[in-house]
Design a binder for this molecule. Sequence first.
Ligand SMILES: [Zn+2]
Ligand SMILES: [Zn+2]
Length: 162
Amino acid sequence: MSIMCAAKTSLTARERFDLYLRSNHKRRTVERFAIMDRVLRAPGHVSAEELCKLMKDDGYPVSAATVYSTLELLVDCGLLVRQRFNDKASLYEKASSGTTSAHHHLICTCCGKIKEVRDPALTDLIASRHFAGFTQSYYSLNIYGICGSCSRRRRKKGKDKE
Ligand SMILES: [Zn+2]
Ligand SMILES: [Zn+2]
């Protein structure tokens, strides 16, 4: 288990990652910081594969192995959260800082679309919960169902059959 980086909100992402790499005796390479910058700028959720493509599009190609290992370091450092919404590849997203950016996911089991919803009352409720002998650090709430366009499509299909 590695040493967690200081969760000081005053530190920038770059400073946090730098501190984490130093304290865990890992190499602080330019590639790792470039990957960090890119993934933090990506909106929503991104897979390692998509991130490789984004880096390439930016004219900064890096090996898939480097992308994978850097993403794991960023998760360990607390800057990213790894999500597994379905049987597809893991997706990464920025760790929410405080309750303002916290969100939940509505996942369509039909088309796989992921919608982010913010529900401060629910976020506060979960944050206020205390579990005996357990300290919460983060959580992931995924609600599965059928999205609006899929249910419209289903209704249409049903009508066509009549
Ligand atoms: Zn859908
Ligand atoms: Zn999300």
